[in-house]
Design a binder for this molecule. Structure first.
Ligand code: UFG
Length: 334
């Protein structure tokens, strides 16, 4: 297997920075492009070439591909907040679909051989059954999911006409932080449950709102499949290895552990890690939340040379809390 130089878009963001760490740890040469709209430079490891700019800047992207002889792109850059996508759909189509089009075009023109795309469980919308299989209906219920699904389709069509192959990894709920403490979620306007609960646990928030207690689930709260960000990052490295070894095939797969947990079960796990329970405030449903999302992950387990290392909510929450404490100490020092 040849280890081509890899460009990571959004490599200063939450998942992208963990992918950079995993690639480096596995011996790949990596460069990062990020516009720092939500990411931070400090989570990009020293020695990794960093380009401050947008993937929509074609001249910049072309020059990086050319100068570094980029052979693969891991594409994380994009907008990811579901409710915001409902308020600003055109921004989402712009950042997630149009910008991806420019990137794919630059990749094709620059002779890039592999593209690994950050997709989402949101492409399935509100599924009729769980666990969700990759072939199940893709009927997104928000512009975020639709903007990602359009990019999947674009990659699929382009890979037929041009000499590259692609992977689209559909993430379920990504949480936790690098077990070595090198990266984690920074939290400019956090919306994700485990991040919010970690912030509450360190006193950054007075409570956690529980959005909806009347769902058709055993305890009435929504069920999600939480995956540790470092396991997800390792799946990206395994997927890239697979793509380089199967140049004529593409890879579209769910990334989750295949185990669902309710909002209350997640908060129970947080309480197991802290001296004082996090205050819970029961509220009405948040719009657009499907009751239950759980991945069928047989394809992931059977196709890739990958096994979860950090599975289990206690591990995920423990690492998220460790990172949050580190951020809190740093803020306290000013
Ligand atoms: N929740 C709360 N309180 C909070 C935050 C979240 O009760 O303060 C609940 C939500 O209502 C939901 C669950 O916790 O039931 C998980 O919510 P998150 O915001 O953490 O994550 P989502 O499931 O909404 O979103 C995730 C990904 C998206 C992806 C989506 C697929 O983050 O990128 O799954 O539906 F699109």
């Amino acid at each position: 297997m040849s280890k081509v130089p890899v460009l990571v878009t959004g490599g200063a963001g939450y998942i992208g920075s963990h992918a950079v760490l995993a690639l480096k740890d596995a011996g790949w040469h990596v460069a990062v492009i990020d516009d720092l709209s939500t990411g931070t430079r400090e989570v990009v490891p020293e020695g990794v070439p960093f380009y401050h700019g947008s993937i929509a800047e074609r001249v910049l992207v072309d020059s990086i591909i050319d100068e570094l002889k980029i052979g693969a792109i891991m594409h994380f850059a994009g907008s990811i907040v579901v409710p915001e996508s409902v308020e600003k759909p055109l921004d989402y189509y712009s950042n997630n679909t149009v910008a991806s089009h420019g990137l794919v075009e630059a990749a094709v023109d620059g002779g890039v051989k592999h593209i690994l795309f950050s997709s989402t469980a949101a492409v399935y919308g509100a599924p009729e059954r769980v666990p969700i299989e990759e072939e199940d209906a893709k009927l997104p219920i928000n512009p975020y999911g639709a903007s990602k699904l359009m990019t999947e389709r674009m990659l699929s069509d382009a890979s037929v006409a041009h000499p590259f192959n692609y992977g689209a990894l559909r993430y379920f709920n990504v949480a936790g932080a690098d077990p070595k403490g090198r990266s984690g979620q920074i939290g400019k306007g956090s919306t994700h449950l485990i991040k919010i609960a970690a912030e509450a646990a360190v006193g950054k928030r007075p409570h956690v709102s529980v959005y909806g207690t009347d769902y058709p689930t055993p305890d009435g709260t929504c069920i999600r499949d939480y995956i540790h960000v470092s396991d997800l990052a390792a799946a990206h490295v395994a997927a890239l290895e697979w793509l380089t070894g199967h140049p004529d095939d593409n890879l579209v797969m769910n990334c989750g552990y295949g185990k669902g947990l309710s909002v209350l079960e997640v908060l129970d796990a947080v309480d197991r890690h802290t001296n004082m329970p996090v205050k819970r405030v029961m509220e009405g449903r948040r719009s657009g939340d499907p009751p239950e999302l759980v991945a069928a992950n047989a394809k992931l387990l059977e196709t890739l040379d990958w096994r979860p290392e950090y599975a289990g909510i206690d591990r995920i929450v423990g690492d998220a809390l460790e990172w949050e404490r580190k951020l809190a100490e740093r803020n306290a020092r000013g």
